[in-house]
Design a protein around this ligand. Structure first.
Ligand code: COA
Ligand code: MG
Length: 291
């Protein structure tokens, strides 16, 4: 994988002001949005802005730049791609996928456009927003082995309700209703089955830092390694939440050292607790998230 993305900040691609603010911030990646946050009449302008932004980046930018294009079943998506690929974005965030075939098809489009525009073939990665359609949720396993461009899967809880005639995505207690928790868990498992990053969905209440921290903690505990953001204030808590602290790093190193000191032993003890292979794997994962 080419750099773990902890925070991906959506920026409406028709807003120069937000683009500048996002670029000055600490998000690991910006996601310049050409889909729902831009009205159709502004899309041609937004595409031009995205391309100019990409062309203006330095040789080794400290932040990745991704573009959310329109869904493949709309005529807008090819126009989006044709306008931006020559600027060599790090990747494309593909919304409302119906099956993994959408990611495969996007991969073919990217190959053609990379060839046309002199961009390294295969360089443009893909992250799918994989739970926004009913068929998407039901076919998540298809992403495993689908395209080598795939870098991650994320999920959305805002479009699925509309697609299935649900008036809300919440239950009586205010938590995500079962259907959306199911979609989230399936996305998590599908990402790991595909060997790509599992990225948690947005917290829409951007004035609730405590709620965000809780969401990030829960997401990381469960195996997500990043989260989408919609507001600059969300970036620092997300980055911090997906960065192991000193204590975690020390413990992970101790686990690795303990196994290294006992080659040939499948199960060992550390401070009176049993450790076996899964603990070693987890310790290696923690060290891989080190900054
Ligand atoms: N990226 C970059 N800058 C952003 C930003 C974003 N996503 N959201 C807000 N800002 C900037 C604002 O422009 C403002 O900058 P300023 O002080 O220079 O004027 C500052 O951060 C504070 O913003 P605030 O007043 O708190 O919010 P707002 O009313 O300007 O914007 C939203 C609120 C929700 C409209 C805005 O956060 C947004 O556009 N988010 C992304 C939406 C999106 O892309 N959705 C699609 C994916 S779900
Ligand atoms: Mg949406």
């Amino acid at each position: 994988m080419h750099g773990m993305l902890r925070s991906m900040l959506f920026v409406p691609a028709d807003s120069e002001r937000k683009l500048a603010k996002g670029a000055a911030g600490a998000a690991d990646a910006l996601v310049l949005d050409l889909e729902d946050s831009v009205v159709p009449e502004r899309r041609p302008f937004a595409r031009g802005l995205v391309r100019a932004y990409l062309d203006g980046r330095g040789a080794s930018p400290r932040q990745q730049t991704w573009v959310r294009v329109n869904p493949l079943d709309t005529p807008e998506s090819l126009a989006d791609l044709a306008a931006v690929i020559g600027g060599a974005p790090d990747g494309i965030l593909l919304p409302k996928t119906r099956t993994a075939d959408d990611a495969v098809r996007l991969g073919h489009y990217l190959t053609a456009l990379e060839q046309r525009d002199g961009v390294t073939l295969g360089a443009t990665r893909i992250i799918a927003v994989s739970t926004e359609t009913p068929m998407g949720v039901l076919t998540l396993q298809g992403f495993a082995g689908s395209t080598p461009r795939l870098a991650g899967l994320t999920w959305g809880a805002e479009d699925l309700p509309a697609a299935i005639g649900a008036s809300t995505n919440r239950d009586d207690s205010g938590e995500f209703a079962f259907t959306y928790r199911l979609a989230r868990s399936l996305c998590l498992l599908a990402a790991h089955a595909a060997g790509v990053q599992a990225i948690d969905t947005v917290a829409t209440d951007f004035r609730d830092p405590e709620g965000l921290k809780r969401e990030v903690r829960a997401a990381r505990r469960e195996g997500f390694t990043g989260k989408l953001a919609i507001h600059p204030d969300q970036v620092d808590p997300i980055n911090a939440g997906f960065t192991p602290d000193e204590e975690e790093l020390r413990h992970a190193q101790a686990v690795i050292d303990a196994f290294a000191a006992n080659p040939g032993a499948g199960t060992i003890q550390l401070d009176g607790k049993m450790l076996d292979r899964p603990h070693l794997t987890q310790a290696q994962r923690v060290l891989a998230m080190r900054r």
